[in-house]
Structure formats: C-alpha cells, structure tokens
Design a protein around this ligand. Structure first.
Ligand code: NAD
Length: 324
C-alpha cells in the first residue's frame, strides 16, 4: 500500500514522519503548495516531493490531508474522485454540506474516510476502557494560549470539536437542546466559547473552550451514579472515585472515606488506573492502514467526523445568534 501526505506544515510533518517509519507500507511522498517546505520535510523523512497533487495521487493508494481546514473539502473531493482512501485532519470540513458530499462520494467510490480526532486515542481516555461509563454530567475545559495557527476557523471548530467528538462517543443519545455563548477577543471570529448540551437521555454537558489563555488546560470530568472520573489530557492522568457498599469492593483501590447515612454503610474509593503511554498519532495512522486492509474498524470514521462537525456548527451558530 502506497500512502502520501498532502500539506506538510505544523501537523503534516508528523504524518510524514510516521508513514516514513511504517514497515508494512510504502511512503509515496509529499505534496505542499509551499515547495520549500515540501522539500524540507521530504529531506527529513527521506522521501520525494511531487510537483502536483495529481502526481502524488497517481503514485498513492491513500493519502493524509493536512492542509488548512478551509481546503479540506476541495482537496478531499479530488482525492476521493481519484479512488484514494483519505485520512482528513480534523475538522473534516468547514460545512456540513461539504462533509455530507464527501461521505456520499466516498461511498460511491468505495473508499474510506477517516478523521483525525486524535484525542479519542489519548492514553488518559483509553485508560477508561474497562470502566462502565454512563455519564449524567460532563464538564470540560480546553484552554490554549493564543497562536495564529487554527484561527482560520472559530474556536468551536478548532478546539471544542475535540471534546464534542469524545462526548458523542460516550453519550449514546440524541441531543435535546443546546445553549451557547461566546466572545471574540483576538480575531474576528469567536475565541472563547461555552456550551451546555442536554441529551435526550438526560445527560448534561458543559464545555468551555478558549484560545486566549496563559497556560494550556485540558480537563474532562465525568459524573455518573456512584462514580466520578477526572481526566487531565495534558498530564495523562486519570482518577476515579467510586461509591460502593461496604465489603462489596471488587477492584484495586484505596479507601478514602466512609459514607454512612440512613443506616447504609458505604465507602468512597480512589483509583488511579495505569495510563499506558503510546504515540496517539502512530496509533491512529496504523488504524487507518489496518482499516483500509479490512483488519480493523476506523476509530473515528467519516460519519463520526461529520457528526462532531454538525454539533460544533450548531453550537457556533447559536453563539453567533446570541451575540447579535
Ligand atoms: P499549517 O498551516 O502549519 O500547515 C498547512 C500546510 O498545508 C502548509 O504547509 C501549507 O503550505 C499547505 N497547503 C496549503 N494549501 C495547500 C494545498 N492546496 N495543497 C497542499 N498543501 C497545501 O497548518 P496545521 O496547523 O498543520 O493544520 C493543518 C490541519 O490539521 C488543519 O485542518 C488543522 O485543523 C488540523 N490540526 C489538527 C490537530 C489535531 O489535534 N488533530 C492539531 C493541529 C492542526
């Protein structure tokens, strides 16, 4: 299988690095409209630069699309029409019409779309694999210092969409209603956003995303019946507090406090599941290769990327409505 990379800027260089290291594929090369940048990354990853997108496509069976988001739709359409499997960095596209168009094109051309919602593979989130998650309330904070990168889209499509994708994977219910507000600080678009979502099953989610912060913060807290999970994506730290009937403990944990009330003797325990560190991008691109070969299912397929975008756009539109 021959795989190439389109767009080798800040993130695309890492796609190139990972494909260059994979033993079971051929890294076909790179294409970037910035020729010097393309050559620099090709030299570093011991590959070649193609002069046009079509040249890269002729030499590839699949590609990673890591161009600025406003170009995803156009570039992906060319690749899919050429019959190539595509890994599109997040967000899948800028509009839901574009995403739907790509999904139907991919269906027609029998190719795979996978989307780079890499936080889904964050080791601290993966550490919850054995825990029965049935959230009642989720509170999320994702703050980042200002950089010009990513500001070609509003903060909801740049940062909040990571958490939206995780939430849609955790909450198995349609959205009932959305409340959202936000402000512009540094750009003409929304830089700080807050959204509250109620799902039809009663789950409530509160999310704040900001690209005007001194320090990075990525915290994700899940509250459910007799369970509280707190995840720090940056520290790679997952902590679980559980309430259980006294003497019913069936898991490795530290007792923290008795909880005796109304004649019920319960305990609160604290667990820190071990977070196995791994390279999330290597895992998502390996998953892409194995999915094309039919050996695995995509962790984030085109439909999941489309659904995350759909909710992100609804939140963003509500913020714009609220501002005006
Ligand atoms: P960047 O500006 O650093 O890189 C984009 C590259 O694409 C540049 O080298 C540019 O010359 C090239 N390019 C522009 N138009 C092109 C075209 N028509 N064909 C080929 N190359 C073209 O941007 P970035 O920060 O690397 O972001 C790229 C994408 O990755 C964006 O969609 C962004 O949202 C996404 N991203 C995802 C994550 C994540 O956590 N998954 C993080 C950062 C960025």
């Amino acid at each position: 299988m021959r795989i190439g990379v389109i767009g080798v800027g800040h993130l695309g260089q890492h796609h190139a690095k990972h494909y260059a290291k994979m033993k079971d594929i051929t890294f076909s090369g790179v294409f970037d409209t910035d020729v010097d940048r393309a050559q620099l990354i090709a030299n570093k990853t011991n590959t070649i630069v193609f002069p046009t997108l079509n040249d890269l496509l002729e030499a590839s069976d699949a590609v990673s699309i890591v161009t600025p988001t406003p170009l995803h739709a156009e570039v992906a359409e060319t690749c899919i029409k050429a019959g190539k499997h595509v890994f599109i960095e997040k967000p899948i596209t800028q509009t839901i019409e574009q995403a739907d168009h790509l999904l139907s094109l991919a269906d027609k051309n029998n190719v795979l779309i996978q989307v780079g919602h890499i936080e889904r593979l964050n080791p601290a989130l993966m550490a919850l694999a054995g825990v029965n998650i049935d959230p009642k309330y989720i509170e999320v904070q994702r703050l980042a210092p200002y950089t010009t990168r990513g500001t070609d889209v509003p903060v909801v499509l740049d940062l909040m969409i990571h958490d939206i994708d995780i939430i849609l994977a955790l909450v198995d219910s349609p959205v009932k209603n959305i409340r959202a507000s936000g402000v512009s600080i540094m750009t003409d678009s929304v830089d700080i956003a807050n959204a509250r979502i109620r799902f039809q099953n009663g789950t409530v989610v509160s999310m704040t995303s900001s690209r005007i912060a001194k320090d990075k913060v990525r915290k994700f807290k899940i509250f459910q019946k007799d369970l509280y999970v707190t995840i720090d994506f940056l520290l790679g730290l997952t902590e679980i507090y559980r309430v259980f009937e006294k003497d019913q403990k069936d898991h490795e944990s530290i007792l923290t406090a008795p909880l005796d009330n109304n004649g019920r003797h319960r305990e609160i325990s604290y667990e820190k599941p071990s977070v196995t560190s791994f390279d999330a991008m290597q895992m998502e691109l390996t998953n892409f290769v194995r999915s094309i070969r039919g050996k695995e299912k995509p962790i984030v397929d085109g439909k999941a990327g489309r659904d995350a975008l759909d909710l992100a756009i609804k939140i963003h539109n509500m913020i714009i409505e609220d501002i005006h």
